[in-house]
Design a protein around this ligand. Structure first.
Ligand code: PLP
Length: 371
């Protein structure tokens, strides 16, 4: 709408695609059947859920099962359940990268009370893990290694295929938070568990999913009516499932166009913010994320001055909490550098003009702080 800010926070969430909205409406308005009912209305809803499951699975490796959940956070919690079978085989160590999302870090930490040792593994100043160091850390007591594909704060892409290889060499499982990569970059084949979220791919909020390689044992996380093969009970929403499915199918149909568009936006942004310093690796990254800093700029003040642009200071999850970004800290940045960093996230519905106008607002407000 006319007076809305320019939206450059596509890592926090994405707008709902119009095609997704149109797909969801009949499931909200007309087709109200419970997908777990045996009658015709129920069977119609169940069929829509299964179409959606196929569409969402179409962007994931072959040889796995997909369980719908309420969010990626829930899916990650569900996926960590795989460590219980590993513990029975004498494995009690969980390794997570230091730059993981709180959904992975905090879920891992909660397993300390089940007798697991949790190791936070460092990343380098570019945000990437050293495979040599990681290889030394994984041993025959390791139950699971968690590493994300695309980082939500700085956009760097971890060498997930190689990380999974290191985990498998020692008999450990590999859980990958692919939330920011799904629908944008290819998901590596060798992972064992993957969590995704619809609202990061122009789909609705309130639905995520866990993909699990065939043969991996998961205990139920939510008990009740036995839905989702008894792993995650509760009535599914056909509207949310159908919306997720359509959003995934759109990502597939539009993958070349979306990638070319993001490349053009990123090129423009790099030239508009040439006097800022980039946080994280420049080459191994998803281009729709730009995390930059300008020494001496107070980002809290910048954000209150620049009302015409919706952007983020560090991660959307950490901002507002008063905590400095743990990801930027993991790169070795000092507190002042973290406080002068901003995250801009470009998406399908941004224009080159958005970047031009937003950069003018941001650069002018930053300059004003030095006047
Ligand atoms: N993992 C990453 C990398 C994310 O960016 C997010 C959302 O910010 C999540 C997990 C959690 O996703 P959800 O909002 O679906 O719980």
């Amino acid at each position: 709408m006319a007076n809305d800010p320019i939206y450059l926070d596509n890592q926090a969430t994405t707008p709902l695609a119009p095609e997704v909205f149109d797909t969801m409406v009949p499931w909200l308005r007309d087709n109200f059947g419970n997908p777990h009912s045996a009658h015709l209305l129920g069977r119609k809803a169940a069929a829509a859920v299964e179409v959606a499951r196929d569409q969402v699975s179409g962007l994931l490796p072959d040889g796995g099962k997909l369980f719908f959940a309420g969010s990626a956070t829930e899916a990650i919690n569900l996926g960590f359940g795989a460590v219980h079978a590993q513990k029975a085989a004498g494995r009690n160590k969980i390794i997570v990268l230091d730059s993981e999302h709180a959904a992975v870090r905090d879920t891992a930490s909660s397993f300390a009370e089940h007798g697991f040792t949790i190791e936070r593994h460092p990343v380098g100043p570019d945000g990437l893990v050293s495979l040599e160091q990681l290889s030394d850390a994984i041993d025959d007591k390791t139950a699971l290694v968690a590493a994300m594909l695309v980082n939500n704060e700085i956009g760097v892409i971890q060498p997930v295929e190689a990380i999974a290889g290191l985990a498998h060499d020692k008999g450990a499982l590999m859980l990958c938070d692919v939330v920011q990569g799904y629908g944008r970059v290819i998901i590596p084949d060798s992972i064992d568990l993957a969590a995704i979220s619809a609202h990061k791919i122009y789909g609705p909020k309130g639905i995520g999913a866990l993909w699990v390689r065939e043969g991996i044992d998961l205990p139920p996380m939510i008990h009740g009516g036995g839905q989702e093969k008894g792993i995650r009970s509760g009535t599914l929403s056909p509207a949310l499932c159908a919306g997720f499915g359509r959003a995934a199918a759109l990502c597939l149909e539009r993958s070349d166009d979306d990638a070319a568009h993001i490349q053009a936006l990123a090129d423009k942004a790099r030239s508009c913010f040439a006097n800022w310093i980039f946080n994280g690796a420049m080459d191994q990254r998803y281009l729709g994320n730009l995390n930059i800093r300008r020494d001496g700029v107070d980002v809290a003040r910048l954000m209150s001055d620049v009302r015409g642009v919706a952007f983020s200071a560090g991660s959307a999850c950490a901002s507002g909490s008063g905590r400095p970004s743990h990801v930027l800290a993991a790169l070795g940045l000092e507190s002042a550098q973290i406080k002068s960093s901003i995250r801009l996230g470009f998406g399908r519905y941004n224009s080159l003009e958005d970047i031009e106008i937003a950069s003018q607002y941001i650069n002018e407000a930053a300059e004003a702080q030095f006047a």
